[in-house]
Write a protein that binds this ligand. Sequence first.
Ligand code: KG4
Ligand code: ZN
Length: 350
Amino acid sequence: MLNNFLLLGIESSCDETGVALVEVRAGQAPRLRAQALHSQIEMHQAYGGVVPELASRDHIRRVLPLTRQVLAEAGATLVELDVVAFTRGPGLAGALLVGAGVACALGAALGKPVMGIHHLEGHLLSPFLSADPPEFPFVALLVSGGHTQLMRVDRVGAYEMLGDTIDDAAGEAFDKSAKLMGLGYPGGPALARLAEQGNPAAFALPRPLLHSGNHDFSFAGLKTAVLTQAKKLGPELATRKADLAASTQAAIVEVLVKKSLGALKATGLTRLVVAGGVGANRLLRSELNAACARRGIRVHYPELDLCTDNGAMIAMAAAMRLQAGAQVADTAYAFDVKPRWPLDTLVAAA
Ligand code: KG4
Ligand code: ZN
């Protein structure tokens, strides 16, 4: 097992190219030496959503310049790298292949091992890069654009699924509601901004599966209710948009908070980790903080800039896997990606 090592992480699963350099010293927490990110948001905006082929091509354009930038910022060189990590899945197949291809090419050229990392494991472990890192075990609320899951996390690689969405993810509910209100892409942050000027009690929207007795989510019905409400408003929507945005956000946040509390109660754990893009939502943070403070539960978040996709979380997940005893014998450079890949099928390193 490696004790001291320098690790490059590459993220290219969707619409952000992220590269980061993480350093590990024996017995110490991994340290982020440098990171760089290119968001494709502007490019996809004209189409109202991510165009997979354009995403792949843009990753190709960005990944090497970003790698050079990260190495220069850290004052490091390629030959000093010990491991190259990349996002193996889940995500867009073509986009994933760019990161996998570059990582394997670098690994082969340098004679160094590569590690394929689960994108959601990256999100899940990203709070370990924050000033207030969590301790195991904890309940994790994973809220990204495509996933809404509650997990019991006992250590690196030991992820037990407690609840999942049976249809849309919370991020999707934000994005789709925003789209039908004409707020563009990505809708989550735009809807959240507009919601600050609205009345969250203006419209009674459903809280799907709130009292289902399990930890599962469903957001497809909420999106339909928002659409119905928007149609009912007709031209009046123009002046009521902030109210509809605030009501939508309130419904999503209430479900996320109550379900998280339910999972904490069921497991008896007293720590909650929130990760993924929706974890940047201010109302979600303030409601979770208030509810958890009342119950003596500690909540941990990634730094705001590490909530959405980035290379640092991929490098960090690889570093933590190695520290937990994972083998880095993968020098076959057979880059298979996994566009679909359930997180709870991962195994602990040791
Ligand atoms: O984790 P992420 O960057 O990408 C995936 O792995 O999917 O999450 C992106 C999602 C999008 O649905 C976006 O609208 C949402 O996170 N998001 C937000 C906020 N910032 C990002 N949703 C609500 N409020 C925000 N402030
Ligand atoms: Zn993500």
